[in-house]
Design a protein around this ligand. Structure first.
Ligand SMILES: [Zn+2]
Ligand SMILES: [Zn+2]
Length: 344
């Protein structure tokens, strides 16, 4: 079968012809209908995040149709439309039993520790295949499983309540989902901090307040817009020490900052003024939970989480097109996500 693989760190992905995976009794084989191209994939290719075993088929945002099931599988059947929960976990350790599978010591990320969805077929354990309702296109089912799921987890970790105000730093795939999910919770005003002019314009059309970080300190702008009070919840989705500090400093009394963006930089705050005095909380957010995916799928099915056609770009399962999309991700892209839809 066709697959697009990372063969050497720092080099373009390559077209390859590999065997269709053999499935075990509790696995399913999925014919890939859509696979999202994510910032993490650009990090894997560049060597920013370590990949131990090469060559590897990338792709952790996957949706498709069940082709074959192992004889112990009961949750899905051949022909079912499914999307994939990207963390393969043991199911029996202390964390898995508590439903916190992102901390499973044996956890394997699809498309990082095992072959992913930049291929005609993918093999996953049956519990990672989640039925995708007919109303949700495959492309959206695929990309929801990463950025939207993580955005929902961040809002859950930040305990966003109806009526509370939110500041979102960064308007890529995560921010685009976070804005809609915050609204689905029934939040109050939403402020989105960006520097890309196209994105700033689209933020306004989605009914949020666009804060242009190039036109002045975003903390000052948020304070001014909230009569000096600051916001209840902030989400840092950029991955920079500066925006992390801003996400803490824009909070009001009892505010919660959920930090999601990945960075090796340190952040500095003034403990008394920024944290202690206001009893602010800084919360780390890592991935998401399988138990959150049903909520997410229901929000997409009911139209509360949407990805209009202009937010997506489609490419074929071909190394040239995928490498170009990964190159573009290293700069700021205007659209939300590029999705691989394999031509037959
Ligand atoms: Zn992703
Ligand atoms: Zn486990």
């Amino acid at each position: 079968m066709r697959a697009v693989r990372l063969v050497q760190i720092g080099k373009p992905l390559q077209d390859a012809n590999v065997a269709i995976p053999e499935i075990g009794p509790s696995d399913v084989l999925i014919r890939v209908a859509a696979a999202g191209i994510c910032h993490s994939d650009a990090h894997y290719r560049a060597g920013v995040s370590k990949i131990d075993n090469l060559p590897l088929t990338l792709g952790h945002e996957v949706a498709g149709t069940v082709e074959k099931i192992g004889n112990a599988v009961t949750n899905v059947a051949p022909g079912d439309r499914v999307c994939v929960h990207y963390l393969v976990h043991c199911g029996s350790c202390e964390f898995c039993v508590r439903g916190l599978e992102q901390f499973c010591p044996k956890g394997q990320m699809i498309g990082k520790h095992r072959d992913g969805g930049y291929a005609k077929f993918i093999k996953v354990p049956a519990r990672n295949a989640i039925v995708l309702p007919d109303e949700i296109p495959f492309e959206i089912g695929a990309i929801m499983m990463c950025s939207s799921a993580t955005a929902l987890h961040a809002l859950n970790k930040a305990r966003l309540k109806p009526g509370e105000s939110v500041a979102i730093f960064g308007f890529g795939g995560l921010g685009f989902s976070a804005l809609q999910l915050a609204r689905a919770v029934g939040c109050g005003h939403i402020y989105v901090v960006e520097i890309n002019p196209t994105k700033l314009a689209s933020i306004e059309t989605l009914g949020a307040v666009a804060i242009d970080a190039k036109s002045g300190d975003p903390v000052e702008q948020i304070k001014e817009a909230t009569a000096g009070e600051g916001v209840d919840v902030s989400l840092e989705l950029v991955g920079s020490g500066i925006t992390m500090r801003q996400a803490v400093q824009c909070l009001g009394v009892l505010g919660r900052a959920a930090l999601v963006g990945l960075t090796a930089e340190s952040m500095s705050i003034f403990p008394y003024a920024d944290l202690i005095n206001k009893e602010v909380e800084i919360i780390g957010v890592s991935d998401h939970l399988a138990t959150e995916l049903s909520t997410l799928i229901e929000l997409a099915r009911s139209g509360k989480l949407r990805f209009p056609p202009e937010t997506l770009r489609v490419v074929d399962l071909a190394a040239g097109q995928i490498n170009a999309a990964l190159d573009a991700l290293q700069h700021s892209i205007d659209h939300v996500r590029t999705v691989i839809v394999p031509k037959t």
